[in-house]
Design a protein around this ligand. Sequence first.
Ligand SMILES: NC(=O)c1ccc[n+]([C@@H]2O[C@H](COP(=O)([O-])OP(=O)(O)OC[C@H]3O[C@@H](n4cnc5c(N)ncnc54)[C@H](O)[C@@H]3O)[C@@H](O)[C@H]2O)c1
Length: 264
Amino acid sequence: MGILSGKKGLIFGALDERSLAWHVALACASAGAEVVLTNTSSAIALGTIDSLAKEHGMLLVPCDATKLDDLRALFTRAQEHVGGKLDFVLHGVAQSMNLRRHKGYEEANYNYFQQTLDVSALSLHKILRTALELDAISEYGSVVALSYLGSERYCDGYNDMGDAKALLESIARQFGAIYGAHNKTRVNIVSQSPTPTKAGGSWGGLDYWYRYTDQLSPLGNASADDCAQLCVALFSDLMRSVTMQTIYSDGGFGRTVLARGARL
Ligand SMILES: NC(=O)c1ccc[n+]([C@@H]2O[C@H](COP(=O)([O-])OP(=O)(O)OC[C@H]3O[C@@H](n4cnc5c(N)ncnc54)[C@H](O)[C@@H]3O)[C@@H](O)[C@H]2O)c1
């Protein structure tokens, strides 16, 4: 019996074993939850999510989180599979073509910029809107989206992803109020330390930034597993009155100016 025993959840964004969503999926399953996985068809073909699904008996449903028709079909299929409403949803979706193509913020390609906002932020709006229309999340459900400190501070090279994260966090607050009134579902953000993943790697400075934040954070960087355990806690009934919050899984970095013992 784990703290998510009897709960059913939908997890967006596991690509390979480095993905934060992959760690969250495993932690939720270990805590007793039934998990449905989703990613785009191309990510399923390119990544290893298929093996995660097979190994742990999880349903895997292709879906582009920017497409309302896909999302409607996904929520319908996931509910049929688990035999009712979902208790939790993880949004671990992000991509910036400006970052990938090494376009500086001041020379952004605006088509890419709009894609960044659509994939990395508006997808949360579309997910929550679709779930609300289908009434697919149970009372006292819990939704978590993953963000980064670049939403509120300048982080060199984080580029249009900083704008996307600011929008993502705002969407979480707005829907937190709507869902709270609807059926007490919580919507929170986990703001995670730099973590070596595919999306993290597209930020050119990740290696340097990873070492820097590790040195400056009183607890060192939070690992992907630390992030996953925090998500499990937020999905559980232990945090039923926490909503519309950005919670930092960052070893204290965001509150530190000078670190003891740092050797930079
Ligand atoms: N890695 C870090 O340093 C770090 C730090 C803080 C927050 N985050 C956030 O964590 C989340 C997960 O990223 P990650 O670091 O695990 O990298 P990742 O590359 O493993 O995950 C990103 C996922 O987004 C998916 N995705 C992209 N476009 C999509 C679409 N249209 N529809 C559905 N899925 C789509 C990708 O297929 C991939 O699985 C992201 O929101 C990211 O910004 C990452």
